[in-house]
Design a protein around this ligand. Structure first.
Ligand code: F0G
Length: 351
């Protein structure tokens, strides 16, 4: 019987490791590519969801983190640091445990989802809430890593991008070729950079016959790339992508230009509509930021930008359990019944 071995073992020859590299893994990757029936009907296309919430800490960050922490360990680091809107920190904290390292975490005070805070705490990281936004946290983390013996594991670390590019390999391996269009939420812009690198490398080596157009979506209140300028006070209910000055801005523009794609914005209302559709129509529960990709696809379809018959992959980046508040908000309170089958049947509409 075969168990998925994690992205480093599965794609070893395409990653910066040697035979002696001490691989730090939780067997991340190998995530489901799920056909999306309702989205396919709505768009007249063949839509698939790459469900990254199925990773060990519940987001795509694990792909980059296995690589970054593996290389940090190889280079003798004893401590790592990251700024985070919650998922990077959850992942860094978990992989640091596996590597026997200390993990320091900087998060924007009051702006990360409860599940993510719980992860940083239970994995035993040293967590500080910063009185500022994600961009402030990243500046602080950069400065600490320059002045103290602690390795930075944000996506400005090139090994993060190396690990995350494996999602593109998995998609090509599953579909037999690259899709026509790949849709992603964009925050710090590391992931769109990584996917494009993966598709480009696979195509160059003849593993695929084409490359997709890359479509990225930011939240309207946090859309610096769309606006063409830094957003000083970013806002959105999708806290994972509440970022005003993305570190990989230039690389995201390159992915857009080289692929013939675009980067647009979606409102919080559009994000929440897609979030509810994914759970209630496709059976896929994601966190709000993840729904930005699907919200973007639906927006583009409404604008007539989606020609029918295309093969489209939307990455849904994080698990819905990370941020359950939005699942409960606005939903009716379940009714309470006595231990009585007749009463239960009546309330359930069965009687
Ligand atoms: N979706 C989720 C669930 C995320 O956590 C992030 C980024 C993104 C999308 C955007 O990806 O930054 O590569 O463009 N989260 C980072 C963090 C910022 O700290 O967890 P990106």
């Amino acid at each position: 019987t075969h168990q998925w071995r994690g992205i480093i073992e599965e794609y070893r020859d395409r990653l910066p490791v040697t035979d002696t590299t001490p691989v730090v893994t939780l067997r991340e990757g190998g995530t489901p590519l799920v056909p999306a029936q309702v989205l396919s009907e709505r768009t007249g296309c063949e839509v698939h969801l790459k469900v990254e919430g199925a990773n060990p800490t519940g987001s795509f960050k694990d792909r980059g983190m296995t690589m970054a922490i593996t290389r940090a360990k190889e280079e003798g680091a004893q401590a790592v640091i990251c700024a985070s809107t919650g998922n990077t920190s959850a992942s860094a904290a978990a992989y640091a445990v596996r590597a026997g390292m200390v993990c320091a975490v900087l998060v924007p005070q009051g702006k990360i989802a409860l599940g993510k805070m719980g992860q940083a705490l239970v994995y035993g990281s040293r967590i500080l809430q910063v009185d500022g936004n994600f961009d402030d946290c990243l500046n602080l983390a950069r400065s600490l890593s320059e002045n103290y013996p602690v390795a930075l594991v944000n996506s400005v670390n090139p090994y993060r991008i190396e690990g995350q590019k494996t999602a593109s390999f998995e998609i090509v391996d599953a579909l037999g070729d690259a899709p026509d269009i790949h849709v992603l939420p964009v925050g710090n812009a590391g992931n769109i950079t990584a996917y494009w690198k993966g598709y480009t490398e696979y195509a160059a080596d003849g593993m695929s016959g084409r490359k997709p157009r890359m479509w990225g979506f930011q939240a309207s209140g946090s859309a610096p790339i769309v606006r063409g300028e830094v957003v000083k006070d970013p806002s959105t209910i999708a806290t994972a992508i509440r970022i005003g000055n993305p570190a990989s801005w230039t690389q995201a523009l390159a992915a857009r230009e080289e692929s013939g794609g675009f980067i647009d914005e979606v409102t919080d209302r559009e994000i929440l509509r897609a979030y509810r559709l994914l759970a209630s129509q496709e059976g896929v529960f994601v966190e709000p930021a993840s729904a930005a990709s699907v919200a973007g696809l639906l927006k583009a379809a409404e604008q007539g930008k989606v020609d029918p018959g295309q093969r489209i992959v939307c990455t849904v980046t994080g698990n819905g359990l990370k941020d359950p508040d939005w699942a409960v908000a606005g939903a009716p309170q379940p009714v309470t019944v006595p231990v009585d089958a007749d009463a239960a049947a009546e309330r359930l509409g069965l009687a």
